[in-house]
Design a protein around this ligand. Structure first.
Ligand code: GDP
Ligand code: IMO
Ligand code: MG
Length: 408
């Protein structure tokens, strides 16, 4: 079975935690898009791991992990991540493979990314990891792929500084490089997870362009970045937070109002530990945006949702979610493509009673308080998509499975 896991908001939904949890039953975990802009956190018995390039399945000793064709890979970041894992007792030799079609991030792309974003009138607020520049080199047909490292004529086109940068990594990179299309085809019956990075609303095509990343972070990206056709993918899961966060600039209609909801914002940021894994920036916070979430469900054919961070709301007596936008004098229920429209959108909020008790010790959904069930089931109806997994804490074990995606 092939299961895709994507972020259904603007990233940082808890994909790392959920992929790690579901990887227990997988044999292969493929990251299909993005690069070291991602930061996926996994917490097991108080041990925290922050992964940027390596798929979350790496923490199990017996899983194979693949950095897919849709990724952009900075060799320096890759080897520093591998060394961090090795120092923490995780054996990676012979288990980490890289698609021959993945592109390489060069140091000069990182410099251009930072300069270019700083020069923008309204910066995107990129992670400064060279992501957009590497993807644009790819689109211009000027990029360097793993497969090109042994193609002399192509390599001769690089600058001296590029060669100096790549030289210490070349041998190791070549031993990890695979013909990913054959690798996946030869293991077509393996239980495979396709781990997304970023989120549907940061996708280059479906997201809030130009305030997006440059990869294909939506479900369709799993097919291309995983070297399979869309019909090979059996299920698509979308991970979302019980509220909404965003790092960097760009529209965010349900964002907490700095003057009237500052206290709530501070509470969520503190309780949910809302600081970026890659850059340490405080995340912007807001109400759950159901207009945006429903858009993500429809445009990604999400079969089931995974709700995370529900525990963050444990102590509140009232919870609100955005169910429509007011744009000018119109009520809008479909997610607009225009950034201008999104920037002027005011959230229409619906209120729900809080449950005012800890969810941390619940083992099944049936043990949830009625108020929490009401919130969850409203979201299911609104998005026309079931919620099959609920996460009530950052620990691996704080996960409630209503229906396992591995079962029919
Ligand atoms: P990703 O990029 O989607 O993998 O998410 P990040 O790792 O960037 O951010 C999610 C953060 O929330 C991490 O610090 C996780 O440890 C944490 N987290 C994940 N699920 C939950 C949850 O259900 N409750 C709480 N309180 N924290 C969670
Ligand atoms: P994970 O996988 C949250 C955001 C950046 C910026 C925009 C473009 O951890 O969910 P880029 O460096 O990609 O060109 O930046 O996208 N961004 C993320 N935000 N989570 C991520 O990844 C992100 N990756 C990029 O903050 O606004
Ligand atoms: Mg993250």
């Amino acid at each position: 079975m092939k299961i895709v896991i994507i972020g259904a908001q603007w990233g940082d939904e808890g994909k790392g935690k959920i992929v790690d949890y579901l990887a227990n039953e997988a044999q292969i975990i493929v990251r299909f898009s993005g690069g070291a802009n991602a930061g996926h956190t996994i917490v097991i018995d108080n041990e925290e791991y922050a992964l940027h390039l390596i798929p979350a399945g790496i923490l199990y000793p017996d899983k194979l992990v693949v950095l897919g064709a849709g990724m952009v890979i900075d060799p320096m970041a890759l080897f520093s991540e591998l060394s961090m894992l090795n120092k923490r007792g995780i054996e990676t030799t012979g288990r980490v493979f890289i698609s021959d079609r993945a592109h390489i991030v060069l140091p000069r792309y990182i410099e251009i990314d930072k300069e270019r974003d700083a020069a923008r009138k309204i910066p995107i607020g990129t992670t400064g990891r060279g992501i957009g520049i590497t993807y644009s080199m790819k689109s211009k047909r000027d990029g360097i792929r793993l497969a090109d490292l042994s193609w002399k004529e192509r390599m001769d086109e690089l600058e001296e500084a590029d060669h100096e940068f790549l030289a210490p990594y070349l041998d190791q990179l070549l031993t990890m490089t695979i013909d990913m299309a054959s690798f996946i085809q030869h293991r077509k019956n393996a239980q495979t997870l396709f781990e997304g990075a970023q989120g549907a609303l940061l996708d280059l095509d479906l997201g809030t362009y130009p305030y997006v990343s440059s990869g294909m972070s939506s479900a369709s990206g799993a097919a291309l970045g995983g070297c399979v056709g869309p019909r090979a993918l059996d299920k698509i899961l979308g991970v979302f937070k019980a509220y909404t966060t965003r790092v960097g600039n760009g529209p965010f209609p349900s964002e907490f109002n700095a003057s009237s909801e500052d206290e709530l914002c501070g509470f969520i940021r503190k309780t949910g530990r809302e600081f970026g894994v890659t850059t340490g920036r405080p995340r912007r916070c807001g109400y759950l945006d159901l207009v945006a979430l429903r858009y993500a469900c429809f445009t990604n054919s999400i079969d089931a949702l995974v709700m995370t961070h529900l525990d963050v709301y444990d102590t509140l007596s009232e919870i609100k979610a955005c169910v429509a936008y007011r744009i000018g004098d119109k009520m809008v229920e479909d997610f607009p493509s225009s950034v201008q429209a999104l920037n002027t959108a005011r959230p229409v909020l619906r209120s729900f009673p809080g449950w005012k008790q800890s969810l941390a010790d619940r083992l099944t959904y049936e043990e949830f308080p009625l108020e929490a069930m009401e919130y969850i089931e409203f979201i299911e109806r609104f998005c026309e998509t079931p919620i099959h997994i609920v996460s009530v804490g950052y620990e691996r074990k704080a996960t409630i499975i209503r229906k396992s995606p591995w079962r029919q």
